[in-house]
Write a protein that binds this ligand. Structure first.
Ligand code: NAP
Length: 454
């Protein structure tokens, strides 16, 4: 894929970039390697100061960075600005808490003194997606830098200006040269990087095939990997739920980021007793969504990021309808220029149709009816994914059962699944492994050293 910014609203090529040559790439790797030797000796106080400064820059220039995101991948400008603010919050969070998260932990053994120490590993490679072009990178980079590692970013090829802006932010914040670098390279050059002895570990957020490919190479070279892959999160609504709140949250949970979110609710599993009511309100709200220019403040849903994503989503919807599903809203590409798809609701979906197994990466909701919670959990668990799940019930026993039995990295009760720096984020099954954020996230890429003193 060419490295280029292409406006998803107009299809206009805004800027193209020449990938790094082999010698430029080698120069950056060597710089990262040299930098690690000194960077790992910097203090938490210094690192925290750099990251707090990065937060200041993000906050001061949030509109500018928001516009870059919107122009490159089509998210609404208001959500892009909110994403920049969330990155600033993340910087401040780890600046404050990383010293405690990585402090020596005492243990009691047969020794006179036993400690667990968390030491940086070296160069960590991050392969990142375009859908949250700032947030995905910051949630890797900030704990990486606070832990004393150095980071190399291979961002998605359609968001190069975001990738360059992020490197500039860390540079302006005072992060030592070489501690965080953007590599403008295609996916075909990731394998060699993972194999390079100077790269100690890698993290990838993206699709299953990309994750499989990176994990295979890392496995061959015995390197640690964190994978954040796709999801088809269930959103279960049971009869005791606050229906109004559940419906309005359901809409947001499906269409945020123009429907291109790994933890978006994708399968709406509704108890029979309230299914008609839920569906009627859900359809009404979907039909009222404003689709259009993501720069406008009243737009709810902008374009999909690329024509390929649009074409794939359209095929999935057509295959579901051909299998016998009903379309309650949308169900078509919008005729205007750009990658627009009408917010869509599918219902009466025959067993085996795409929504049962595939991730729909766009504003398309699939509604299922079930008799009770047991059926809901069985359906929720019937995919190969296990990222997040949202369950709506005011019955405490049902809450506990859902929390215990749903196969996912997160269960949110009476709320929408979201990422939060204070708690770990990640999936199970084919949604990946390892965690980002929280104390668990910063401890993924450290050498957990046991110290035993007689
Ligand atoms: P993608 O095609 O897998 O791209 C993600 C990144 O991987 C890009 O930088 C891409 O580079 C690179 N890449 C692609 N193939 C690769 C390979 N064989 N080896 C190494 N790198 C490779 O994913 P996407 O379609 O852009 O993103 C959407 C997917 O990401 C969805 O499935 C979504 O659910 C998932 N996602 C997951 C999370 C999470 O936290 N779990 C968060 C966001 C998104 P190029 O751009 O150069 O191809």
């Amino acid at each position: 894929m060419a490295i280029a910014s292409i406006n998803p609203v107009t299809g206009e090529v805004l800027k193209t970039f020449t990938p790094l040559t082999e010698s430029e790439l080698e120069h950056k790797l060597a710089l990262a390697d040299r930098t690690f030797a000194t960077y790992k000796q910097t203090s938490f106080t210094d690192r925290a100061q750099w990251l707090n400064q990065a937060a200041n820059i993000l906050e001061a220039r949030k509109a500018e960075f928001g516009i870059i995101m919107t122009l490159e991948m089509g998210k609404t400008l208001k959500s892009a600005i909110a994403e920049v603010e969330k990155c600033a919050h993340l910087c401040r969070f780890y600046a404050e808490h990383a010293p405690a998260f990585l402090a020596d932990t005492p243990a009691i053994t047969d020794a006179s003194r036993t400690l667990i120490r968390y030491q940086p590993m070296g160069i960590i490679l991050a392969v990142m997606p375009w859908n949250f072009p700032f947030w995905q990178v910051f949630r890797f980079a900030v704990p990486c830098l606070m832990a004393g590692n150095v980071g190399l970013l291979k961002h998605a090829s359609n968001v190069p200006q975001c990738a360059l802006a992020i490197a500039e932010i860390f540079h302006l914040a005072g992060v030592p040269e070489g501690a965080f670098q953007t590599l403008l390279i295609g996916a075909d050059r990731v394998a060699n990087l993972v194999a390079d002895v100077r790269v100690k570990a890698a993290t990838l957020t993206g699709s299953e095939p990309a994750g499989q490919s990176l994990a295979a190479i890392a496995g061959h070279h015995l390197k640690k990997v964190v994978l954040e892959l796709g999801g088809s999160d269930p959103f279960i609504v049971l009869k005791s739920a606050d229906l109004e709140l559940a419906v309005s949250t359901a809409v947001t949970a499906r269409v945020m980021n123009n429907g291109q979110t790994c933890i978006a609710a994708k399968r709406f599993i509704i108890e029979e007793a309230i299914a008609d009511q839920f569906t009627e309100k859900f359809v009404e709200k979907f039909k009222a969504l404003k689709v259009g220019d993501p720069m406008q403040s009243d737009t709810d849903v902008g374009p999909l990021a690329t024509p390929q994503i649009l074409a794939e989503l359209d095929l999935q919807v057509k295959a579901t309808v051909d299998a016998g599903a009903k379309v309650l809203a949308g169900g078509y590409r919008l005729p205007e220029k750009g990658n627009f798809y009408a917010p869509t609701i599918l219902a009466d979906i025959p067993l085996g149709a795409p929504p049962y197994q595939e991730e729909f990466f766009g504003p398309v909701a699939s509604v299922f009816r079930v008799k009770n919670l047991a059926e809901a959990i069985a359906l929720a668990n019937s995919t190969s994914f296990g990222l997040g799940a949202s369950v709506w019930t005011n019955d405490l026993q049902e809450q506990e059962l859902a929390i215990e039995q749903i196969e996912a990295g997160a269960v949110f009760v009476n709320g929408m699944v979201k990422s939060d720096p204070r708690v770990p984020f990640g999936g199970i099954k084919r949604s990946g492994y390892g965690r980002e954020l929280g104390i668990e996230g910063i401890r993924e890429f450290v050498n957990i050293k046991t110290i035993w003193i007689r």
